[in-house]
Design a protein around this ligand. Structure first.
Ligand SMILES: Nc1ncnc2c1ncn2[C@@H]1O[C@H](COP(=O)(O)OP(=O)(O)OP(=O)(O)O)[C@@H](O)[C@H]1O
Length: 349
């Protein structure tokens, strides 16, 4: 649905000397109906990418293609029409405080030239959809943060966009409200089929609702893929951050360790007991975690094998298990906290 092709964005540096390369050639595909999370440390280029996607910023070069239409070089009426195909939800809600809930939601429809009756009908439909029935006449200051963000979501959906872009949409909310708003986004994705692209610092957002994710680093895509593939992929920094198992032993201490990842119910069998029996060796568990990721149970264990265990035997055993993968060595299970604070709060810093 969205194809980003070799997207480059440079800004003049502060002081006017030289340039800042915010995006250095981004290639990314977002499929229809996905909830796609974009994460990365501060300064990686997330906001710039989002601003290019919602056409507030013109790329220096490269293309953004939405359902076959190149949006990157549009101007005038074409640009305004294209903007209506992309709804944006903001971290600080960006509501008009002198307007009621209904009038906030009607605002983009006024700009689009819909008459009063059409606007009201559409706004009332959206108010029900986001769970704000009865709050039509309330003003933003009379609403909780979560309710205000529901208005922001309804407003972003008013023009029936192809894509909903969420810019840290839950960062200003408490954890319970965050979960409710995320669940609403997932529900809207299911019920009206809107594709969602969200930028986030929070790994919990990836775990709870995203189907795919990309990690930006220094203006480039460091890795991207389906969340469950990333989690099962040996050495994936994002996978390790989403389901962290803590720091491994230091290099050279002689331990033979591996991180085993199990995905889904099929993988929940007594494989560890079977492995111990098969190898007839000591295995200790150095770390582990079980998480719900995209609605699927994912378990990761850091195992330490006793002397004499053959890696080939372990590999053969794991290969025969459905939905189990293994990554050998001290490098496996990168400490997510160095990149993402995953072990503590799950915040990407
Ligand atoms: N308008 C601008 N003028 C000059 N440099 C800019 C501008 N906007 C962004 N940059 C630079 O581009 C780089 C990427 O910034 P961006 O805000 O996209 O990162 P980010 O990943 O969103 O960071 P954060 O998570 O802190 O918001 C940074 O080096 C930033 O200083």
């Amino acid at each position: 649905m969205i194809s980003i092709e070799n997207l480059v964005k440079t800004f003049p540096a502060a002081g006017g000397v030289g340039e800042v390369s915010a995006l250095r050639g981004i290639d990314l595909e977002v499929a229809e109906g996905e909830i796609f999370g974009i994460v990365g440390p501060s300064g990686a280029g997330k906001s710039t990418l989002l601003r290019c996607l919602n056409l507030l910023e013109r790329p220096t070069s490269g293309r953004i293609v939405l359902r076959g239409d190149d949006l990157s070089q549009l101007t005038g009426a074409g640009l305004r029409a294209a903007r209506r195909r992309i709804g944006t939800v903001f971290q600080q809600f960006n509501l008009l405080h002198a307007r009621s809930v209904r009038a906030n939601i009607e605002f983009p429809l006024e700009l689009a030239g819909l008459d009063r009756k059409q606007r009201r009908a559409r706004a009332d439909e959206l108010i029900e959809l986001v769970g704000l029935g009865g709050k039509e006449k309330a003003f933003p200051s009379q609403l909780s943060g979560g309710q205000q963000q529901r208005v922001g979501i309804a407003r972003a959906l008013a023009s029936q966009p192809d894509v909903l872009l969420c810019d840290e949409a839950t960062s200003a909310l408490d954890p319970t409200t965050t979960d409710q708003v995320l669940d609403l986004l997932a529900e809207l994705n299911r019920s009206i089929g809107v594709t969602v692209v969200l930028i986030t610092h929070e790994l919990g957002v990836l775990r709870r609702i995203c189907t795919s994710a990309a990690r930006l680093a220094d203006g480039r895509i460091a890795e991207a893929g389906r969340i469950l593939d990333l989690v099962g992929e040996p050495g994936s920094v994002l996978g390790d951050a989403i389901v962290p198992v803590g720091v491994g032993p230091s290099e050279g201490d002689g331990a033979d360790t591996a991180v085993v990842t199990t995905i889904g119910d099929e993988a929940r069998g007594p494989w560890l007991a079977q492995l111990v029996r098969k190898l007839d060796a000591d295995i200790s568990v150095d770390g582990g975690r079980v998480e719900q990721v995209a609605g699927v149970t994912v378990g990761r264990l850091r195992l330490r094998f006793g002397p004499g265990v053959s890696r080939a035997d372990v590999d053969a055993f794991v290969d025969a298990q459905p939905n189990v993968t293994l990554s050998w060595g001290v490098g496996a299970g990168v400490d997510g906290s160095s990149w993402a604070g995953a072990a503590t709060g799950g915040v990407v810093t």
